[in-house]
Design a protein around this ligand. Structure first.
Ligand code: 5GP
Ligand code: ZN
Length: 114
């Protein structure tokens, strides 16, 4: 745990969040500022500032984040489609520096993204 990290504090239940899914490797909770009817953040328990800090030994947890996203999409009936996004770095819009995968669904999405 990184003691200064918001999402590490959410994982440790030091800051409240609407937790959707938890296991030994990942946790997922509702985004506080939803950008779609479904907006869930899926995080590794291990603290990474961003995808740039992930190493080959982290391959399994990175894959698990994707599989949890697909499972949560099914559970939320996102039948028409959904989007998974990782913002890496301020230039891409990253604002919380604990790696997280956004799962967005329940509306139409444009491409290219803004
Ligand atoms: P980023 O901009 O880093 O890709 O995404 C960070 C996300 O975290 C944003 O969508 C923002 O709404 C969400 N967020 C920021 N602070 C909190 C918080 O305290 N609780 C929850 N549940 N979400 C947060
Ligand atoms: Zn963290």
């Amino acid at each position: 745990m990184n003691s200064g990290c918001l999402f590490c504090k959410i994982a440790a239940k030091q800051i409240p969040a609407k937790m959707i899914y938890e296991d030994a490797d990942v946790f997922a909770f509702e985004d506080i500022g939803p950008q779609a009817p479904t907006h869930i953040l899926i995080c590794p328990r291990k603290h990474f500032s961003s995808l740039n800090e992930a190493a080959p030994e982290d391959q399994a947890v990175l894959g698990k984040m994707q599989l949890v996203a697909a499972e949560l999409a099914r559970k939320n009936n996102l039948l028409r489609g959904y989007r998974t996004v990782i913002n890496s770095g301020v230039g891409a819009g990253q604002s919380v520096f604990h790696l997280h995968l956004h799962l967005l669904g329940g509306r139409e999405f444009a491409w290219p993204p803004g």
